[in-house]
Structures are given as structure tokens and as C-alpha cells.
Design a protein around this ligand. Structure first.
Ligand code: HEM
Length: 348
């Protein structure tokens, strides 16, 4: 990821706010929508913009359509099983989940390679988007990345970067409307800012908004396990002797629900993030160490800007009462049913 400050933050802030505006502008009182679907529309457009620097054109729209279709294959827990068991990964044609996934991947590969080749052939200077930065990057030996490496990087960004953020936003919207005092406090904080015209940084620094986003990622940390690590040397962990070569997979969810670190762990309580700071061993929704999520700052930035805009524009309520269960959706843990919300009134 490119460094995330100053002018670039302003540009990204504008992209996020304009995209949110486009998606939410025509909601009418009484209508309902699924948070997961709408948040995905926003986060996919934002990540495509960030990665390719594009937001229109036939190729761009096709990339968008294929990604949505590929993710839909894994939108139910049964199909998601294919991601975890190699034996199930058989191409049985367009009607089988894995076959549909492979077909999407083949077409997406073609489109990405076309884009890489067009960009390299362009005469004008490269832009500020991630693909441009990757094309101009050189390793220690002065070598550029190969097309296959570029394609791999693009694919990882597109998939790691949007479903996670959309799911986090859907959980946040659920909690904000499920716990009335959280909604009240957040709206009160937002009423002190001119959300439409304020600098992005003014919004992203709001303490209660930050606490709500942090608590959302504590409660259901989207990705339950950090990626597996293989020990390079033996180590002792909480009285256990672990040999070299063993594979460890830290469970983020279990740590985030330890009663000694988070009293009343099953309560959604943003205040805990105002009362104390947690160490990277106590709180790690984005993993840790040298493989920590490279999009962490961007994801938090996006969550805050989208929530601030949405909540200051509309008064919303949950369309279905009662708690929502967490279910597996691809590699993420998402709210079952996608969080249906109803528009009560337009505020601005
Ligand atoms: C709320 C949103 C997000 C959550 C909860 C999340 C969570 C995570 C987690 C837990 C990991 C594994 C880290 C580890 O094993 O230590 C990870 C890796 C990664 N994430 Fe995210 N992520 C989010 C958003 C993003 C965004 C917006 C991007 C890109 C713009 C992104 C790109 C990546 C990449 C490329 C990796 C792999 C890093 C590596 O293997 O070195 N993520 N993410």
C-alpha cells in the first residue's frame, strides 16, 4: 500500500465520500435495504478506484460484475466449504460452485492482464493508483515486477480489500442500531461536526466513532484466525513447549473474548476503547507482525467516513428485531441475512 497521509488521504477521502453519496442518495423513508449489499457496492467501487484509478469503462464494469459473482458463489456456508477442502475443488462445469468460481477467475485474469499491458504501453506518466505504483516499483536488483506478480498483487488487493471492509461496516450498522445508547452517543458526537464539509481527518479523529469501529472489530473480527505461521525456532508459549516447524494460527476471536482482558466480553461496549489502550497481543483484528494487514489504516478510514455520512444523512432502524447470528461467508464471518435496515427519515 502506498503511504497513507497528506494529499493521498484527501484524495481517498473524496473517493470514499463521493462513492457513498452515489450509493445512498436516493433512499426514501419507509424503504429497506441490506447493509451487506450496499456496503459491498461502496467498498468494491472504492477499492477498484484505489487499485486501478478508474471508475468507468466497460472493462472496469466487467471486473466489478465478475467479482460480485465470484463472491456470491461463496455467500452460503456450504459453498464456502470449497475454499477450505482441496478435494472438493473440482471443475464440474458452470453449474458447480467451484466450476463457476474458476470460470470467473479465468475471465478476471484476462481482464487484469489486458489492463496491465495497456498501462505499460501508455505514453503518459503513470498515475497515483496502486497499479501505477506497482508497475514503477523496482527490486534491489533494479528489476520490475513480472506480469504474473502484478496480477497476483492486484487479485489479492481486490479480494482482501473489499469484502472485509463491507462486512465490518455491516456489523457496525447492526450494533449501532441494536444497542440504542450506542446510536444516541454516536449521533450526538456526529452532530458536533459538519460531516458534509469537514476535512476527512476531522471525522476520522472522533473518539466515539473510533471506539465503535474498534469494538465492532473486537466483537466479530471479520477474519477469525490470523494467517498460519510456521515456527522457525522452538518457543515456549504459556507453559507449552512448541517445536520448530510447527504451524500456529492465532485465533483473534478467542483473544478478543477473554474475560480477563475484556470484562463482559459478550456485551457491545465501545467505552472500553475510551477507557484504556490494548496491546497488539490483546487486540489484533488486522493480525500482527510482518504479515499484518496492509490495508488496516485504509479500512478504518473508510469505515469511519462511510458511517459518518450515512448516519448524518438518514435516520435508520433494524427492519428485523432480535439478535443476528454470525455465519461464514467466504473467508469472513458475516451477519446472517446481511442486516436489513429501514429508512425512517432523511435528515439532511
Ligand atoms: C475491516 C477490514 C479488514 C480486516 C478486518 C482485515 C483483516 C486482515 C487480517 C486478519 C489479515 C491477516 C494478517 C495476519 O495474518 O497477521 C489480513 C491480511 C491482508 N489484508 Fe486485510 N483486512 C481488512 C481490510 C483490508 C484492505 C482494505 C486491504 C487492501 C487495501 C487489505 C489487504 C490485505 C492483504 C494484502 C493482506 C495480506 C498481507 C500479507 O500476507 O502479508 N485488507 N487482513
Amino acid at each position: 500500500m502506498p503511504p497513507f497521509h497528506g494529499e493521498r488521504m484527501k484524495t481517498y477521502g473524496k473517493i470514499i465520500r463521493d462513492t457513498t453519496e452515489k450509493v445512498i442518495q436516493n433512499w426514501t423513508p419507509g424503504s429497506t435495504f441490506k447493509a451487506q449489499a450496499k456496503m459491498q457496492e461502496i467498498s468494491l467501487e472504492v477499492i477498484l478506484h484505489e487499485v486501478f484509478g478508474l471508475s468507468e469503462g466497460e472493462r472496469y464494469r466487467e471486473v466489478q460484475r465478475i467479482i460480485v459473482k465470484m463472491l456470491d458463489v461463496f455467500s452460503n456456508p456450504l459453498s464456502a466449504t470449497f475454499l477450505f477442502f482441496k478435494g472438493l475443488q473440482k471443475d464440474l462445469g458452470a453449474w458447480s460452485p467451484w466450476g463457476r468460481f474458476l470460470e470467473g477467475r479465468r475471465r478476471l485474469d484476462e481482464l487484469l492482464y489486458q489492463e496491465i499491458s495497456d498501462r505499460k504501453a501508455q505514453s503518459q506518466p503513470l498515475g497515483e493508483d496502486i497499479l501505477s505504483l506497482l508497475i514503477s516499483a523496482r527490486d534491489e536488483a533494479g528489476e520490475p515486477m513480472s506480469d504474473v506478480e502484478l496480477r497476483d498483487e492486484l487479485m489479492t488487493m481486490l479480494f482482501a480489500g473489499h469484502e472485509t471492509t463491507a462486512t465490518a461496516l455491516s456489523w457496525a450498522l447492526y450494533w449501532i442500531h441494536y444497542v440504542p445508547e450506542v446510536r444516541e452517543k454516536l449521533l450526538q458526537e456526529l452532530s458536533g461536526v459538519d460531516v458534509e464539509n469537514a476535512e476527512a481527518i476531522e471525522i476520522t479523529k472522533l473518539p466515539y466513532l473510533n471506539a465503535v469501529c474498534s469494538e465492532t472489530l473486537r466483537f466479530y473480527p471479520i477474519i477469525f484466525f490470523a494467517f498460519p505461521r510456521i515456527l522457525q525456532a522452538p518457543m515456549q508459549l504459556m507453559g507449552n513447549n512448541l517445536p520448530k516447524g510447527i504451524m500456529l494460527s492465532p485465533c483473534i476471536y478467542l483473544v478478543h473474548h477473554r474475560e480477563d482482558i475484556y470484562p463482559e466480553p459478550k456485551r457491545f461496549k465501545p467505552e472500553r476503547f475510551l477507557e484504556r489502550q490494548f496491546s497488539p497481543y490483546e487486540y489484533f483484528p488486522f493480525g500482527g507482525g510482518n504479515r499484518r494487514c496492509i490495508g488496516a489504516a485504509f479500512a478504518m478510514f473508510e469505515m469511519k467516513l462511510v458511517l459518518a455520512k450515512l448516519l448524518s444523512r438518514y435516520s435508520l432502524e433494524l427492519a428485523e428485531k432480535g439478535p443476528i447470528l454470525a455465519v461464514r461467508r467466504g473467508l469472513t464471518i458475516a451477519p446472517k441475512g446481511g442486516v436489513r435496515l429501514r429508512v425512517k427519515a432523511r435528515l439532511s
